[in-house]
Design a protein around this ligand. Structure first.
Ligand code: HEM
Length: 351
C-alpha cells in the first residue's frame, strides 16, 4: 500500500464514516483553513507594490488595481478570500455549537478557535484600513477614538495603533505591520494549535457509547480511510477555488475616493463606513454611547461566547448529535446572539 502523503498525515489513519460525511462538518473548518492560506498566497505579491505612507497608500492601491499585471485579480482574490473566511469561520462556529462539539474534551479547542476568529476579524479590519480611502479613513478615525475609551489601557492602545497623537504616516506603517506580521504570525500559530488539538482531542467529534445513541455492545460504526477523506477535501477545495475565482472575476473589491487632506475632519456619524463585519457595531454606535457600543457590548459578546462551554451544558452528553436537547441552553444563547448581530447589520444596511 502507498505511503501516506503529507495531507494524509494531517488525519488519523481512519475516520468514523458518519462524521466524515460532508453534511456533518460541511467542510467549514477545512474551507476556513484553505481561505486563510489563500490570503497569504495572494497577500505577499500585493506587498511588493503597496506603499505604506499616508500620501502614497491610496495611489499604490490604484497602481495595483489598474497598472500592475493581474494586480486587479490578485486584489479581488485577496478581498473575496477575506470575506469568505469570516463567513466560513462563523458558520463553522455555528456547526460546532449545534452539533455539541464544543463539549469536553474540546472546550479548550473552542477557545483556540474563537481566538483565531477574533484575530481574523482584526486582520480584516487592518486590511480594510490599508485601502486608505474616505470610507476606511472614517472607520479608522472612529475606531481609534473608541479604543481611547478603553478603561485604563485606552491611551496606551491608541498609541500602539496610531503611532502618535494624530493619524499620520506612522499610522499606516503600524496598520501595515500589524496586518502583514503582528497579527498574521499569532493567527498562524493559533491555527496550527487549533488543528493539532483536533487530533489530540480524538479527531472530529463523534458519538461514543457514553455520549451517543449506541450501546457499548452495538457493532463498531463504519470508518473510512484518510486517503478517501483527503480526496473528498481536495474536491471541496477545488469547488471553493472556483467560487473564489468566479467572485473575483465578476465583482471588484471596493475602492472609494482618496482622502482629501484639505477636507477637514471626517468623523461625523454620516461619514462612518464600517466594514461589513462591523456594521452591527456601527448600528449600536448610532444608538448608544461609544463606550457601550464600541467596547462593553462587543467585549461582552466575546466573553459570553468564550465561556459558553463552561457556563452551561458542560457534560459530554449530546456530542456529535445535531440539536441535542442536552445542549439547548448554549444553542439558544448562540441563536439569540446571531439574530441580534444579523438584525443590527440589516438595520444599518437598509434602515
Ligand atoms: C478561523 C478559522 C478556523 C479554522 C481555520 C478552523 C479549522 C478547523 C478544522 C479544520 C477543524 C476540523 C474539522 C472541521 O472542519 O470542523 C476544526 C474543528 C474545530 N473547531 Fe475550528 N477553525 C476555525 C475557527 C473556529 C472557531 C471560531 C471555533 C469556535 C469558537 C472553532 C472551534 C472548533 C472546535 C471545537 C473543533 C472540534 C470540532 C469537532 O471535533 O467536531 N473553530 N476547526
Amino acid at each position: 500500500m502507498a505511503r501516506p502523503n503529507c495531507f494524509e498525515h494531517l488525519h488519523p489513519p481512519t475516520i468514523p464514516a458518519r462524521e466524515a460525511r460532508f453534511t456533518y462538518t460541511f467542510g467549514l473548518g477545512g474551507m476556513s483553513l484553505f481561505l486563510f492560506l489563500s490570503l497569504i498566497v495572494t497577500g505577499v505579491p500585493l506587498m511588493f507594490v503597496y506603499v505604506p505612507t499616508a500620501v502614497s497608500a491610496a495611489d499604490s492601491i490604484r497602481a495595483i488595481t489598474y497598472v500592475a499585471p493581474f494586480g486587479w485579480l490578485l486584489r479581488n482574490l485577496h478581498y473575496w478570500a477575506a470575506v469568505l473566511l469570516l463567513l466560513t469561520a462563523g458558520f463553522h462556529l455555528l456547526r460546532v455549537v449545534f452539533s455539541g462539539s464544543y463539549k469536553r474534551p474540546r472546550r479548550f479547542n473552542w477557545l483556540l478557535g474563537l481566538a483565531t476568529l477574533l484575530l481574523s476579524l482584526l486582520l480584516s479590519f487592518s486590511g480594510y484600513v490599508l485601502r486608505w480611502d474616505v470610507d476606511t479613513f472614517g472607520a479608522l478615525t472612529v475606531g481609534t477614538n473608541i479604543v481611547r475609551l478603553f478603561p485604563l489601557l485606552g491611551d496606551w492602545l491608541y498609541g500602539l495603533l496610531v503611532g502618535g497623537p494624530d493619524i499620520a504616516d506612522a499610522t499606516v506603517v503600524r496598520f501595515y505591520t500589524w496586518h502583514t506580521l503582528g497579527l498574521i504570525v499569532p493567527a498562524l500559530l493559533l491555527l496550527g494549535w487549533h488543528l493539532f488539538r483536533v487530533r489530540r482531542d480524538g479527531g472530529v467529534s463523534h458519538q461514543s457509547p457514553v455520549s451517543g445513541l449506541q450501546s457499548p455492545n452495538s457493532p463498531k460504526p463504519p470508518r473510512i480511510s484518510r486517503r478517501e477523506l483527503v480526496q473528498r477535501e481536495g474536491i471541496a477545495m477545488l469547488a471553493l477555488l472556483c467560487l473564489l475565482f468566479a467572485l473575483s472575476l465578476f465583482w471588484d473589491a471596493p475602492l472609494a475616493p482618496s482622502v482629501d487632506p484639505l477636507a477637514g475632519p471626517l468623523a461625523e456619524p454620516s461619514d462612518i463606513a464600517a466594514p461589513w463585519f462591523f456594521l452591527w457595531v456601527q448600528a449600536l454606535l448610532r444608538r448608544l454611547s461609544p463606550l457601550w457600543a464600541g467596547i462593553l457590548i462587543p467585549l461582552g459578546v466575546t466573553a459570553v461566547l468564550a465561556l459558553l462551554p463552561w457556563l452551561f451544558d458542560t457534560e459530554a452528553e449530546g456530542t456529535a448529535v445535531w440539536f441535542h436537547p442536552a445542549g439547548r441552553r448554549v444553542q439558544v444563547v448562540v441563536i439569540v446572539l446571531a439574530i441580534g448581530i444579523i438584525a443590527l447589520t440589516l438595520l444599518e444596511l437598509w434602515g
